[in-house]
Ligand binder design. Structure first.
Ligand SMILES: [Zn+2]
Length: 395
């Protein structure tokens, strides 16, 4: 095969290949191809199809009958932080009341950390996620809550991913507990100016005890005016205005979506806003599961993500989230795999990741299993045995 970069590689002898391109293979949304091969030219996929029809290449890799899937697109995480919340989790799971300050605990530890400590922590969790098949991740600020601490969190994150989200509106800073309006003014003013150069997205935690609908609208609208695109933590703990606001502002994603009215579901179904479900949070807080089946049956685009953070969902494992979604949220194994790959790409408004068809980045994972169904069928088993990113083996 002629190359534009000088080197082509075929991964062949793939038992089941998920392309997420319905024009390929069995014609399902996953575009499944049996006994398949993928040809990589430089950073990108050049060809996918049956092994017997693969074009000649410079290099050949034998998958040995393993399954190949697109690398996971984890479109929601909070990885710039210091400290942990073991005591809080232990108390919650032991049925004891706890009065730890939740997010405030992490804010205090994060403010006290050096840049090097924050970056070392971020790098550690990224490596952990990569080993489990995550080739794209989004991450947020939100544990600094001062102009300087939010900006440095985003600067550190931007060195590791293009998908960086400004979440100065995670909670009202404890420094402004008596004057939330002044904190909103800071988030939409000086803090936004300092943070916008490092971020692609702006997010807000729209929830009782965090920011109400009017505050969230003001924050996201200010971000849009500075060139950031909105996404939103919506309807996690209670019913509320977050989902409707997401649709109104054409947010790329409304994240959590655990408590939805029929009007909320209809609004999502008639929009380009993805519903990103984060079952690690419900697992770690013993909360009610989001109803993925209801959303899918209504025609909503669903993404699955980890929400990896030290307080409410300290897992970097997308396979774990897939298993929860299949077991407890009414998703089929095919739907869960799609949502954790192509769905995540939609939630980031990307079409160059989350699929394995010509033109996409060659981001993929090999599973020690004959098909992707094993991710839910064999929960907790480390099935990801090899990870490629941008055409190179990285794990
Ligand atoms: Zn979150």
């Amino acid at each position: 095969m002629s190359s534009t970069t000088g080197t082509t590689t075929v991964i062949t002898n793939i038992a089941t290949l998920v392309t997420n391109d319905p024009s390929l293979g069995d014609g399902s949304p996953l575009g499944l191809i049996r006994d398949a091969a993928v040809v990589i030219d430089g950073h990108r996929v050049a060809w996918t199809g049956e092994s017997s029809k693969a074009p000649a290449t410079d290099n050949r890799v034998d998958a040995g009958g393993r399954a190949v899937i697109p690398g996971f697109v984890d479109s929601h995480s909070h990885l710039v932080f210091a400290g942990d919340r073991t005591e809080e989790f232990n108390a919650r799971m032991s049925g004891r009341a706890y009065s730890a300050g939740g997010i405030r605990t992490t804010v205090a530890a994060t403010r006290a950390a050096t840049d090097a400590q924050l970056e070392a922590n971020l790098t550690r969790y990224l490596a952990e996620a990569l080993r489990q098949g995550t080739t794209t991740f989004e991450t947020k600020s939100g544990y600094g809550l001062t102009v300087e601490d939010e900006a440095r969190a985003l600067r550190i994150a931007a060195a590791h991913t293009d998908e960086v989200t400004y979440l100065g509106a995670h909670i009202v800073s404890p420094d402004y507990a008596e004057d939330p309006a002044a904190y909103v003014a800071l988030v939409t003013g000086e803090m936004l100016d300092a943070c916008a150069p490092y971020a692609r997205w702006i997010d807000v935690f729209c929830e009782k005890g965090a920011f109400d609908g009017d505050q969230a609208r003001a924050i996201l609208t200010a971000g849009k005016a500075k060139g950031l695109h909105p996404r939103i933590h919506a309807n996690q703990l209670t019913y509320g205005p977050g989902v409707q606001l997401a649709v109104e502002l054409d947010a790329a994603s409304a994240d959590h979506c655990t408590h939805l009215t029929d009007d909320d579901v209809d609004a999502l179904a008639n929009s380009a806003t993805v519903a990103t479900l984060l079952p690690g949070a419900e697992f770690s807080t013993r909360a009610e599961w989001p109803d993925a089946r209801r959303l899918l049956d209504a025609g909503v685009t669903v993404a699955l993500s980890t929400d990896c953070n030290p307080g409410s969902s300290f897992t970097s494992s997308v396979p774990f989230c897939i298993a929860l979604a299949v077991r407890d949220m009414g998703m089929t194994p095919d739907e869960a795999l799609w949502s954790a790959t192509a769905g995540g790409a939609r939630a980031l408004r990307r079409d160059d990741i989350g699929r394995l068809s010509p033109g996409a980045y060659a981001d993929l994972a090999l599973l020690d299993a004959p098909s992707h169904v094993h991710l839910a069928y064999r929960p907790g088993v480390p099935l990801v045995t090899e990870v490629w990113r941008r055409g190179l083996r990285v794990s």
